[in-house]
Design a binder for this molecule. Structure first.
Ligand code: SF4
Ligand code: F3S
Length: 89
């Protein structure tokens, strides 16, 4: 599955949600999360993110490894998002 990482924090561009064919994205207060159970590894969202926050799980940089677990946990506590919003910055 793909994983949303640190560059999304405080940004939430939300362009990614428009291209996901599986409605994988969930919205937290400061960042988005991808549901690893729903993601089909299509790569569409990765190219869409202007701050390069999205990585395939095997390619997540060392310092952001904790985001893999964070995404999986937070999708159970946050609402799905399928429409673009105004970015935080
Ligand atoms: Fe959605 Fe594809 Fe990104 Fe997975 S890789 S979150 S299915 S757009
Ligand atoms: Fe975040 Fe990038 Fe999507 S900043 S909301 S992962 S387009």
């Amino acid at each position: 599955a793909f994983v949303v990482t640190a560059p999304c924090v405080g940004c939430k561009d939300t362009s990614c949600v428009l291209v996901c064919p599986c409605d994988c994205f969930h919205e937290g207060e400061q960042m988005l999360y991808i549901d690893p159970e729903e993601c089909i590894d299509c790569y569409a969202c990765q190219a869409e993110c202007p701050v390069d926050a999205i990585f395939f799980e095997d390619d997540v940089p060392e310092q952001w490894q904790s985001f893999i677990q964070l995404n999986a946990e937070m999708v159970t506590q946050t609402p799905a998002i399928t429409e673009k919003k105004t970015p935080l910055k």
